[in-house]
Design a protein. Structure first.
Lengths: 259, 215
């Protein structure tokens, strides 16, 4: 794989004083297996941060800890002014209202149309009026280029289209941070591009984003910061050209394998 | 003596009571069963335990014993329970354990990723259940639920143990007068078959359709 840092892609401000997401020495164990061994990093407003690393390095787990899908064992995570803590008493509801997530397997609701998928959370959680929610759905669908699919069911869409709907569904909650968990890994190469394009547009629009990704070219083009995770730790961190000049042998080897 | 038109009308009246019992039993059993299923997947251990105990105990009690308990047992405590209510209540209790356990399985069969997607969108537990999980569980539950309704129809025949005049009891009464057991109980069996077979067929068709859709 050739890596090249192209001209700055993000028009976002540099990291602000108060980060949107900050990991403070976070540990996470599943039973006796420690998956996160004390990780700390910060994501500033408008920053695009890519987590990379081998399978099992803990990057997806780290991402899922941000909105409480996994409960951390020790440490804490500050998310949009709320603290996610090990005791589970954190106001996850408040965090989840501000943080959108997109999954590898889309996870659209199969019994609902595209429009209903998008309007469900705004209507139920924010009590948005039905007409307003429909306008919102039209708006976010236009952003992902799927205005004509508003009445379709998920099973009628391609994987790439489903993933773009999933992004639209998350955007409809007007999140302050968007999380992406290997969102193109289940897609054919020709469908990957359309999803990455939507994500790049979002990044340019100033959205704060944390991505777990295997798309190294994308990371090298769009990321403000790349975090290489290895064996449950943050092993190496750098700007978007990190991959073209890795310092640790582990990252060099990881880049060398093309994965 | 031969079977008269009046005998047939009598059997059909019994059939109506059988249908009434089945409907009452299904409605009561469905409502109770939903409560049992929801308790079974609750995040509160005490509710899960209570529902689990209910399922185990009720599934271990034969339906006629439940009928005796509700008819004579409640009678002793001073409640004058009409036979219809006693049998319907017993069927409801019996069905709640079976439907509750089946539906629990259907709820848990909805992919974990769907629960996570609902959580991630900040839906609360009730919204997650009503808007996301139950509609999908319902589709999974339809074939087995219709299948079990056949069981309920046949279970109504246990009402004979307290002499409630539904289809089986009507047949017994006519046979006492005519002594044509083979003929009369064949007719009774045929009527049960006509009540049940459309449901069995519907259940099979729906199951095939769900399989085809890969649900």
């Amino acid at each position: 794989m050739t890596l090249h840092a192209i001209a700055p892609a993000s028009t976002a401000e540099p990291a602000q004083a108060t980060p949107m997401v900050r990991f403070n020495d976070v540990h996470k164990s599943f039973g006796i297996v420690e998956v996160l061994k004390g990780i700390s990093f910060a994501v500033g407003r408008g920053e695009v941060v890519c987590l990379i690393g081998r399978s099992g390095s803990g990057k997806s787990t780290a991402l899922r800890c941000i909105n409480g899908l996994e409960r951390i064992t020790t440490g804490s995570i500050d998310v949009c002014g709320h603290a996610v803590t090990p005791d589970g008493k954190a106001d996850l509801h408040a965090v989840r209202k501000r943080v959108g997530i997109v999954f590898q397997s889309y996870n659209l609701f199969p019994h609902l149309t595209v429009e209903q998928n998008i309007t469900l959370a705004p209507r139920r959680v924010k009590k948005t009026a039905p007409t307003e929610a429909r306008a919102l759905a039209a708006d976010v669908l236009a952003k992902v280029g799927l205005s004509d699919k508003i009445a379709s069911y998920p099973e009628q869409l391609s994987g790439g289209q489903q993933q773009r709907v999933a992004i639209a569904r998350a955007l409809a909650m007007q999140p302050e941070v968007m999380l992406f968990d290997e969102v193109t890994s289940a897609l054919d190469p020709e469908l990957t591009g359309e999803v990455l394009k939507v994500m790049e547009d979002l990044a340019r629009g100033g959205m704060t984003m944390v991505l777990v990704t295997h798309e190294m070219a994308f990371a090298s083009r769009v990321a403000d910061k790349i975090i290489f995770m290895h064996k449950g730790r943050v092993h190496e961190t750098g700007p978007r050209d990190l991959l073209s000049r890795p310092e640790t042998p582990e990252l060099r080897q990881f880049v060398g394998t093309g994965l | 003596m031969t079977l008269s038109l009046a005998n047939i009308v009598y059997l059909l009246q019994g059939t109506l009571w059988t249908v009434a019992l089945a409907l009452l039993g299904f409605a009561g059993g469905g409502a109770l069963g939903l409560a049992v299923a929801l308790m079974r997947v609750s995040r509160f251990a005490v509710l899960r335990l209570a529902a689990g105990t209910w399922i185990q105990v009720v599934q271990g009690i034969p339906l006629p014993v439940l009928i005796f308990l509700s008819y004579f047992g409640l009678g002793v405590t001073g409640f004058d329970v009409p036979a219809l209510i006693a049998v319907a209540l017993s069927i409801a209790i019996n069905s709640s354990a079976f439907l509750g356990d089946t539906w629990r399985g259907c709820i848990q069969a909805v992919a974990k990723t769907q629960w996570e997607a609902a959580d991630s969108l900040a839906l609360n537990g009730l919204q997650r259940m009503v808007d996301v999980v139950l509609p999908q569980a319902l589709r999974l539950a339809i074939p087995s639920t219709i299948g079990f309704s056949v069981q309920i129809i046949k279970n109504t025949s246990y009402a004979v143990v307290i002499g409630f005049i539904e289809l089986t009891q009507s047949g017994k009464i006519i046979n006492n007068a005519l002594y044509e057991p083979f003929l009369i109980f064949s007719i009774v069996g045929l009527i049960y078959f006509m009540l049940c077979s459309p449901l069995s067929n519907a259940s099979r068709r729906l199951e095939a359709r769900l399989r085809a859709r890969g649900a």
